[in-house]
Write a protein that binds this ligand. Structure first.
Ligand code: ZN
Length: 291
C-alpha cells in the first residue's frame, strides 16, 4: 500500500520532469542521425530512450569548461548516450552524482605515482573523459562528437565514463557493477577475468609482433586494468555490438544479461548507403584514451 503510493508519487514527479524538458522533435531526429547506434527497433525502446534523456536533462547539471559554449544539441547528445546503458536498468543507477563538466577537447591531468622505493613519479595523462565516485563526470566534446563516426570501432567516451559510474555504484572501481539477482559476483568475475586475460595476451602479442598477430577488436587501453576492460567492452557493446559479439561472445552474453539489452538485435538494420559527406573514415582515430 505504502509502496504503491510512493511509486505513484515518483511516477508523477518523473512525468512532471519529463514534461519540463521537452526536446524539439527535429533536434532529437538529428541526434539519432548523428549517433545511429542510439536508434532502437522497438517503438517502446525508442520512446523510453527519449523519456530517460529528458529525465536525465532534468536531474543532471551541465557545466562548460575551457571556453566551450554548450548548446541544446550538445547536452542532448551527451544525455542520450549516457542513458543508453541504463535503458532497462533505470536512471536511479546514476543517482550518485549530479555534475557533468564538458571540455572542448582532451584534458591533461597531472598524475603522481609512488614506485617501489617510495619515489613519486609525476606524469601527464591525456584524458577524453573521467568519472569519479560522487562525480562530476568529465567529457571532451571533441570525443563525444566523434562517437557517431567512430562507433564501428567500438569507441564511445560517454558510454565508457558512464560504465565507470555503474562500476562505482558499489563504491569500488573494480569492473564489478551492482549485479542483478540472476548474476553472482563469482560468475561475473569468471567471465570478465577470463576475457580480460585473453585480451591482455592478445594486446601484448600484437604489440610484440604486429605482422603475426592481428590487432585486437577492442581498444588496447582496455588491457590497462580490469575496470578499464569493463568500460572499453561496454563501449563496444553499445556502439558496435557485432564487434563485441564476434570477438568476445561470452562477454556479450553476460553484458546482455546485465544491461538487459541485446543491442545487436535491438538496433534497426544498418542502412545500405554510406554516410553523406566525406565518405571516408575522416580524421584518423589515433588511440583515444578513456581515462
Ligand atoms: Zn576509463
Amino acid at each position: 500500500m505504502l509502496r504503491s503510493w510512493w511509486q505513484a508519487l515518483q511516477a508523477r514527479r518523473e512525468d512532471a520532469a519529463v514534461a519540463r524538458r521537452e526536446i524539439p522533435p527535429d533536434l532529437w531526429k538529428r541526434t539519432l542521425v548523428r549517433y545511429p547506434f542510439l536508434r532502437r527497433q522497438q517503438a517502446e525502446d525508442a520512446a523510453e530512450l527519449l523519456r530517460l534523456t529528458r529525465l536525465f536533462l532534468d536531474r543532471k547539471e551541465f557545466t562548460a569548461a575551457g571556453g566551450l559554449r554548450l548548446n541544446d544539441a550538445m547536452v542532448v547528445a551527451i544525455a542520450a548516450q549516457a542513458v543508453l546503458p541504463v535503458l532497462r536498468i533505470g536512471l536511479q543507477a546514476y543517482d550518485g552524482f549530479v555534475g557533468i563538466v564538458v571540455h572542448p577537447g582532451q584534458v591533461l591531468a597531472r598524475r603522481e605515482v609512488p614506485d617501489e622505493d617510495g619515489l613519486v613519479h609525476a606524469y601527464d595523462e591525456v584524458l577524453a573523459g573521467e568519472a569519479m565516485e560522487g562525480g562530476p563526470v568529465m567529457l571532451s566534446w571533441q570525443d563525444v562528437r566523434a562517437a557517431g563516426r567512430m562507433a564501428s570501432q567500438g569507441y564511445n567516451v560517454v558510454i565508457h565514463e558512464f560504465a565507470h559510474v555503474l562500476d562505482m555504484q558499489d563504491g569500488l572501481a573494480d569492473g564489478v557493477p551492482l549485479l542483478p539477482a540472476g548474476i553472482s559476483r563469482t560468475e561475473w568475475l569468471q567471465v570478465l577475468q577470463t576475457e580480460y586475460e585473453t585480451f591482455v595476451l592478445a594486446v601484448e602479442a600484437a604489440e610484440a609482433s604486429p605482422e603475426d598477430h592481428p590487432a585486437p577488436a577492442l581498444y588496447p587501453y582496455g588491457a590497462s586494468a580490469i575496470e578499464e576492460f569493463f568500460a572499453v567492452s561496454s563501449e563496444a557493446f553499445f556502439a558496435s555490438p557485432d564487434l563485441l559479439q564476434s570477438a568476445h561472445p561470452a562477454l556479450y552474453t553476460l553484458f546482455s544479461r546485465y544491461y538487459r539489452q541485446n543491442p545487436a538485435a535491438d538496433m534497426p538494420p544498418a542502412r545500405s548507403s554510406r554516410r553523406r559527406g566525406t565518405g571516408s573514415a575522416g580524421p584518423q582515430a589515433n588511440g583515444p584514451l578513456g581515462g
